[in-house]
Ligand binder design. Structure first.
Ligand code: FES
Length: 168
C-alpha cells in the first residue's frame, strides 16, 4: 500500500472530517425526527390525562345495594380499572357521591372520616369536600375525580368519571 505524503494525508483527513460532520448532522436530524414522532402523541396523551378522563367509554359497574347503605356509610371499590381506587359515600338518605380516591397532591389514598364527614388524606393532611370533591385544606389544589353514579333496581352503579373541567 502506498504511503500518503503529508499533502494527500491532509486532504483525506479534511474529507473525513466533512463526512463526519455530515453524518453527524444526519444522525442528529434523524434523532430529532424520531424524538418528535415518538414524543408528540405521548405528549398529547399526557396532556389529555392531566385534563382528566375524556370521552372514552366507561364500564357500568355495580357498587352496592342501596339497602346496605345508611347515611354516613362509605364503600371502597375500584373504578374504572381494578387499580383505580374509589370511594362511595352516602351523604344522606338517597344522596350518594363517589370519587376516585387517589389524592390529587401525591396520590396517597384518601379515606372517609365518618365522624368529621370529610374525605381525608393522611399523607399531608389534605381534606376534600365529600359533596363536591373539592379540596378544603392541605396541599391538594385539584378536586378528586368524581365518578358518575346511577341508581337502578335497588343498587347504585358507577357509569363514568367526570372530566376535570366539569367539576370546576
Ligand atoms: Fe394527599 Fe399530600 S398526598 S395531601
Amino acid at each position: 500500500m502506498e504511503k500518503d505524503d503529508n499533502y494527500t494525508h491532509n486532504i483525506n483527513r479534511s474529507n473525513e472530517r466533512s463526512l463526519d460532520r455530515r453524518s453527524f448532522m444526519k444522525t442528529m436530524v434523524g434523532a430529532a425526527g424520531l424524538f418528535a414522532v415518538s414524543t408528540l402523541p405521548w405528549g398529547a396523551l399526557a396532556a389529555k390525562e392531566l385534563m382528566g378522563p375524556t370521552d372514552k367509554s366507561f364500564p357500568k359497574q355495580k357498587v352496592a345495594n342501596l339497602s346496605d347503605l345508611q347515611p354516613g356509610d362509605a364503600v371502597e371499590f375500584a373504578y374504572p380499572g381494578e387499580h383505580d381506587g374509589a370511594l362511595l359515600v352516602c351523604l344522606k338518605e338517597g344522596e350518594y357521591k363517589a370519587y376516585q380516591n387517589a389524592c390529587t397532591h401525591l396520590r396517597c389514598p384518601v379515606f372517609w372520616d365518618r365522624e368529621e364527614k370529610e374525605l381525608l388524606c393522611p399523607c399531608h393532611h389534605g381534606k376534600f369536600d365529600a359533596a363536591t370533591g373539592r379540596p378544603l385544606a392541605g396541599p391538594p389544589r385539584r378536586p378528586l375525580p368524581e365518578i358518575v353514579l346511577q341508581q337502578k333496581d335497588g343498587a347504585v352503579y358507577a357509569v363514568g368519571v367526570k372530566k376535570y373541567e366539569e367539576q370546576l
